[in-house]
Ligand binder design. Structure first.
Ligand SMILES: Cc1cc2nc3c(=O)[nH]c(=O)nc-3n(C[C@H](O)[C@H](O)[C@H](O)COP(=O)(O)OP(=O)(O)OC[C@H]3O[C@@H](n4cnc5c(N)ncnc54)[C@H](O)[C@@H]3O)c2cc1C
Length: 527
């Protein structure tokens, strides 16, 4: 028996939209600029004012979903609350500098996504060498770690203890690790956990590793074998596992360049991207069909009829914006989901190479910052020649001291912290800005998976409403997985396919390679 009372299903997705006439019952205003420029067999035959499919959010997932719709000649429009495309993967321009919210590597094992990226940017899709280190206990460790480095810096005694603790853990491994701490200690030993995982994880999530689900570790460091890493450290094996990637791709002007290219391509194909349009309400008939959405723009609320909704907005917001509202326990599950925020402090440095790394993890508990990016090392076209721009990342919760810290004080804190650990000379910091990033990370705390399961079951009762992306699925997805879920969700909607978007980026590597993927997407995405 189902736990959650769902809206009763009508038909499936867009294919059934042609036959329905409910949408004309909604009294709504469709501003001229919101009308689609492509007519669809569905909305045309319904004879309604429908804009086609509303895509909520213009981050990687929303833009990719719209790209698939455009290629299938389905009408639609993208609605984005922010004033820029790219979502968390956007690029910010500041006084002649460009920086990401964090640093965004483009790396994927999903061949069709790689081809799509290459096709969008051509020669502007750079291949960059990766150089990164870990700062811990006052020392800089190479990352990926090397045996010489670890033994040299931890010392022979501590390294021996790490090896013994690893051997002990491998003999006493629990069959099923439930928490992040259990997962890592059972594979690496407690001493390596304490040295290389504990402090960073606690900075990142704001809760102990014992309160974070093991799934996060499985996603982040899947395929990682300490044995293989040791062989690599000794120079006996080249590795291509998740955490040890030596090169990555990156757009010459930052990730936002990719998402601007998507936007241009969409508009050429007749799918407009409406910035500063926040979706506040999704109206449905109580029987499994969304009929219209309400958009807030320039202080005005406008209701527009739609054939379907493809959402990449946070899962909790999606559920809480439904009208009529879902049952109480579904609302409670939506309210149960938590997020971790990020404050990025960008510092303009009058020195081309304060350090050579693309980024440095700041594991040391002596600094509040968790990581620092050097954007000049990502792409020299992001910065003014002879200088660079650093991005100091502070993981936090909305409303805490770091979040609330006034911008000038945040710039001072970041400068002082980097100076203290010898990364910059404070006299070279000539400018700075703080950017707050709400909901940067969906949290895998102990109760999240049952809450997500309940929301998923409830949403399955809708025919023409699908969700995808990172926060849209409450899944720690990178850009490629966010895009991949968007593609699968869109195909489910337009073709009635049955891809399980919730299984992408789990340990099983569902639908990420192989014949089906190539057959399906080579045709559908590029060219
Ligand atoms: C610090 C950091 C570093 C990262 N590094 C990498 C990396 O190196 N490589 C990588 O591939 N990925 C990286 N990621 C992950 C990457 O940013 C995400 O996978 C990607 O941005 C998710 O895309 P999305 O479209 O699902 O969601 P988002 O990017 O969150 O986009 C959702 C969009 O929806 C909009 N929205 C929200 N509510 C509404 C509403 N009600 N109405 C209309 N619009 C709304 C938002 O404004 C946003 O633009 C990183 C993330 C972080 C936080």
């Amino acid at each position: 028996m189902s736990e959650v009372q769902q809206p009763k299903k009508g038909g499936r997705g867009l294919r059934r939209a042609a036959g329905r006439d409910e949408v004309v019952k909604v009294r709504s205003v469709v501003a001229d600029e919101l009308r689609p420029r492509v007519s669809s067999p569905d909305s045309a035959s319904a004879g309604s004012d429908s804009i086609g499919t509303a895509i909520l959010g213009a981050g990687p997932a929303g833009l990719t979903a719209a790209h698939v719709l455009a290629r299938r000649h389905h009408p639609g429009a993208v609605f984005e609350a922010d004033g820029t495309v790219g979502g968390i993967a956007k690029t910010i321009e500041f006084n002649g500098y460009r920086f990401d919210l964090g640093g965004h590597r483009f790396f994927t094992k999903i061949e069709p996504i790689q081809r799509l990226w290459e096709e969008m940017l051509g020669d502007d899709f750079l291949t960059r060498p990766r150089l990164s280190r870990i700062f811990y206990k006052g020392k800089y460790f190479s990352y990926p770690i090397t045996a010489k480095d670890v033994v040299g810096r931890l010392g022979l005694f501590e390294s021996t203890l790490c090896a013994l603790s690893y051997l002990w853990a491998s003999r006493h491994r629990k069959a099923e690790a439930e928490t992040f701490e259990e997962w890592v200690t059972s594979r690496f030993g407690r001493r390596l956990y304490d040295a290389f995982f504990r402090s960073y994880t606690e900075k990142l999530w704001g809760i102990p590793g014992s309160e974070i689900r093991a799934l996060w570790a499985a996603q982040r460091i899947k395929n990682f074998s300490l044995f293989k890493a040791l062989l690599a450290m000794l120079g006996l094996r080249r590795t291509h596992v998740t955490t040890l990637i030596e090169h990555f791709h990156y757009p010459r002007l930052g990730p936002g360049q990719m998402w601007e290219a998507f936007r241009r391509r969409l508009e050429e194909r007749g799918i407009p991207v409406r910035l500063h349009h926040r979706c506040t309400t999704i109206k449905h008939d109580g029987a499994g069909r969304v009929e219209s959405i309400v958009l807030q723009a320039n202080g005005d609320a406008t209701e527009v009829p739609v054939d379907a909704v493809l959402s990449s907005i946070p899962l909790s917001d999606l559920v809480l914006s439904l009208d009529p509202l879902p049952p109480q326990k579904v609302l409670a599950a939506a309210a149960r989901l938590r997020y971790r925020e990020l404050c990025l402090v960008a510092l303009v440095i009058d020195d081309e190479t304060p350090f050579p790394d693309n980024w440095i993890y700041l594991h040391d508990p002596g600094t509040r910052a968790g990581r620092v990016q050097n954007f000049g090392a990502w792409s020299e076209d992001m910065v003014v020649a002879g200088t660079t721009c650093l991005g100091v990342e502070y993981f936090c919760f909305e409303g805490d001291d770091i979040w609330e810290l006034p911008d000038d004080q945040a710039v001072r804190l970041a400068t002082d912290e980097l100076a203290k650990i010898g990364l910059v000379d404070p006299a070279t910091v000539v400018d700075g800005v703080k950017v707050r990033v709400p909901r940067a990370y969906p949290m895998y705390d102990l109760g999240y998976s049952s809450a997500v399961a309940m929301l998923r079951e409830y949403l399955a009762g809708f025919d023409n409403l699908v969700t995808c992306g990172r926060n849209g699925l409450h899944r720690y997805n990178n850009q490629d997985h966010s895009m991949w879920t968007a593609i699968l969700a869109t195909l489910n909607l337009v073709d009635g396919s049955q891809f399980d978007v919730w299984s992408v980026n789990t340990e099983a590597e569902y639908l990420e390679e192989g014949e089906i993927v190539d057959g399906l997407l080579d045709v559908a995405l590029v060219g």
